[in-house]
Design a protein around this ligand. Structure first.
Ligand code: GLN
Length: 207
């Protein structure tokens, strides 16, 4: 069973822990570098990305987070977590630093004041069984996606779910819906990324 951390500095941590448990992972909160070192993968929750950035720096977690992601740790970010995984923010607040790793530029609070929070069905590649209920709360969208980035879902013409290798991000909040299919997709990505257990070569390995 993969051990998946949830970055527990600010945001909807409990909801992600519950969704990951329901999707078959062992979920643990991560607040310190030693806790980060002990997980196979990490979820970065929704919340307020400027606060998460500041707390990550204050807790000496930003550099370890950048290093783990750069070294290939699977990570999934929802909403503020998508912003944290983005390489770039359009018109960033001065000094807002991200973890990076995903070759995207995000626009924060992109859907505008009339539309600060809304729900809409979102058809998402890699998630079988029909659209997921997209809960958007002051959500970002993806303004630019690099060549290695797969767009998994679009809303109003803007990418709102993306994947690049072992990194996954959604502008919306599946953790708030009770539908665990997006967390299931991530848990599957983490299982695929983990080394095969001792003695059991992965199918097709060494060919
Ligand atoms: N608007 C928030 C930010 O910029 C994200 C909102 C959310 O996570 N629901 O960080």
């Amino acid at each position: 069973t993969p051990v998946i951390g949830v970055l527990a500095l600010q945001g909807d941590v409990r909801e992600h822990l519950a969704a990951l448990d329901a999707a078959g992972a062992r979920a643990v909160p991560v607040r310190r570098p030693a806790e980060l070192a002990a997980v196979d993968a990490l979820v970065i929750p929704g919340g307020e990305s400027t606060t998460i950035s500041k707390l990550a720096e204050a807790f000496d977690l930003l550099e370890p987070l950048r290093e783990r992601v750069a070294a290939g740790m699977p990570a999934y970010g929802s909403c503020a977590g998508m912003i944290m995984l983005a390489e770039a923010i359009e018109d960033p607040r001065s000094g807002q630093r991200t973890i990076g790793g995903l070759d995207i530029t995000v626009r924060r609070n992109a859907f505008g004041r009339q539309n600060e929070s809304f729900e809409a069905p979102v058809a998402m590649a890699g998630v079988a069984g029909g659209p997921v209920e997209g809960v958007f709360i002051r959500a970002p969208w993806v303004e630019r996606a690099g060549p290695g980035v797969e767009v998994l879902a679009v809303h109003d013409g803007h990418p709102v779910a993306v994947r690049s290798g072992v990194l996954l991000a959604t502008a919306f909040h599946p953790e708030l819906t009770g539908d665990h299919r997006v967390h299931g997709l991530f848990v599957g990505m983490v299982r695929d990324a983990l080394p095969a257990p001792d003695g059991a070569a992965a199918p097709g390995a060494g060919e």
